[in-house]
Ligand binder design. Structure first.
Ligand code: AIR
Ligand code: ASP
Length: 265
């Protein structure tokens, strides 16, 4: 399929497939494709806390594109096809596995709270956790027993998801380490991609500072959504810095107050 000639569909005539807290999915230009639109909404604590942070969607679209394109390039399958514009990307339509897969390298957040381990403690090894995606229940943590008993994923799919999670963690840890950032933990989602009678599990949704904990190696400064969750301020500045370090934003082309300047590709 040639995705370089994507037909432009005006926003008003597009069919909206799904609207989540941070993104909207529209019908794509070809069967089996969707358009993923990044909003500026920031939510936390199951959307009890909500704020519009102008420019966040643009940064997450760009950072997530960078990560997913690199994952595709090293052979980790994802739903990502290409970025379309400032806020949108073309993706393959998948059936989302109703799990949030969290990988942790350093203790923080809910793990620190639940087990009383001080934030910042290096974990003996990377730990994978599963949460059932259900807003009404507040995304409860579940075990493989729950996942297979309730049919959210098969044992084989859980194996595939864990193998993907380890590869994504290895890639992301190295990527961020190279730009002076510690990958504390992250959340990913997976989908079932159906292709000529075949099904495979791919990485879906987004990977961005909204879904990772990123700490500056030198200062331990938080560069992720905890700035919003914990009312630290400076979220846009932190996300912009992540994008700059990854080489996505040009450093000196940002007149004060004009918002982030994106490198054209
Ligand atoms: N996460 C979990 N649900 C939504 C998101 N974004 C991410 C957090 C953090 C990791 O999963 O951003 O990077 C673990 O979160 P927690 O709250 O369980 O410690
Ligand atoms: N649970 C997610 C978070 O805290 C989002 C939300 O609760 O709205 O990142």
């Amino acid at each position: 399929m040639d995705f370089n000639n994507t037909r432009y569909i005006p926003m008003s005539r597009r069919r909206r497939i799904y609207e989540g807290k941070g993104k909207v999915l529209y019908e794509g230009p070809e069967p089996g494709t969707l358009i993923q639109h990044f909003k500026d909404d920031a939510t936390a604590f199951n959307a009890k806390k909500h704020q519009i942070i102008e420019g966040k969607g643009v940064l997450n679209n760009r950072i997530s594109e960078y990560i997913f394109q690199h994952l595709n390039d090293i052979g980790v399958p994802t739903h990502f096809i290409k970025r379309l514009n400032m806020r949108e990307q073309l993706i393959r339509e998948v059936e989302i596995v109703p799990l949030e897969v969290v990988v942790r390298n350093v203790a923080a957040g809910s793990l620190s709270q639940r087990l009383g381990i001080e934030e910042g403690t290096q974990l003996p090894r990377s730990i994978i956790e599963f949460y059932y995606k259900n807003d009404q229940l507040g995304d409860p943590m579940v075990s493989e027993e729950h996942i297979t008993a309730f049919g959210w994923a098969t044992p084989q799919e859980i194996d595939d998801i864990m193998a993907l999670a380890i590869r994504v963690n290895d890639f992301l840890s190295g990527l961020f380490l190279g730009v002076g950032i510690r990958l504390v933990d992250f959340k990913m989602e997976c989908g079932r991609l159906y292709e000529n009678e075949m099904m495979r599990i791919v990485v879906a949704d987004e990977i961005s500072p909204d879904s990772c904990r990123l700490w500056d190696i030198k200062s331990n400064e938080k560069m992720d959504k905890d700035r919003f969750r914990r009312d630290l301020g400076g979220l846009l500045e932190a996300y912009t810095e992540v994008a700059k370090r990854l080489g996505i934003l040009i450093d000196n082309e940002r007149p004060a107050g004009s918002g982030p300047v994106l490198v054209k590709s």
